[in-house]
Design a protein around this ligand. Structure first.
Ligand code: FES
Length: 218
């Protein structure tokens, strides 16, 4: 089910001899491994486009009707993992309060990492449904979904993403924290709802001309 094709060329920066390309190669391998974690993070295929069609970047439709509040699923688009999370009412409420804003590098999503329709505290079209490209903006590892507050990430942790490669942290909107190596928020791909329960990733709503290739960093 997993597409292990390597992501295409992207911008990047070196770090101790490591490059984003090196890490994306690791990320591609990790994507293959994600399938073994289906019990906790289901990796679902899109609604059936052929692999070559997917690799070419065709839009994919994702049925989220079975995604429970608090759960994340991972699909592939353009050979990259797409995180889709159904937020709980408490998670939506916590983001609305935005207590972490002062600790975030780009709390208002000023950098071009998303379309205008995702430039809000939720970084999403609907507050309860999050859609992100699941690639750390540091060197390209796949961040872990850690939605539970507290725990090993500290008492102030409200849930979000932790990248184990070099310790970058993102909140539950994919906004990066300060004092971590990742420079940008996680990208939001172009997407829109074609019905209450189906998201089309890879295609903007009719009133948007957002160009995913124009973003700062994948
Ligand atoms: S790749 Fe370095 S922190 Fe994520």
């Amino acid at each position: 089910m997993a597409d292990t094709a390597q992501p295409g060329p992207i911008g990047g920066h070196g770090h101790d001899g490591e490059t984003r390309r090196d890490f994306l190669a690791i990320a591609a391998t990790a994507i293959a491994g994600v399938g073994t974690a289906c019990a906790t993070w289901p990796l679902i295929s899109s609604m059936n486009p052929a692999q070559d069609t997917l690799a070419a970047g065709a839009p994919i439709d994702i049925d989220i009707s079975g995604v429970q509040p608090g759960q994340q699923i991972i699909v592939l688009w353009r050979s990259r993992p797409i995180f889709v999370v159904r937020r709980t009412p408490d998670q939506v409420k916590a983001l609305a309060a935005d207590k972490d804003a002062a600790s975030l590098r780009d709390p208002t999503s000023a950098a071009n990492q998303q379309a205008a329709y995702a430039k809000n505290v939720y970084r999403s079209v609907k507050p309860d449904v999050l859609v992100l490209v699941g690639i750390c903006t540091h060197l390209g590892c796949i961040p872990e979904f850690v939605p539970q507050p507290g725990g090993s990430l500290g008492a102030s942790w409200q849930g979000g993403y932790f990248c184990p490669c070099h310790g970058s942290r993102y909140d539950l909107s994919g906004r990066v924290f300060q004092n971590v190596p990742a420079p940008y928020n996680l990208p939001v791909p172009p997407y829109h709802f074609v019905s209450d329960t189906v998201i089309r990733v890879g295609e903007n709503p009719p009133d948007s001309t957002f160009d995913f290739n124009s973003i700062e960093q994948i």
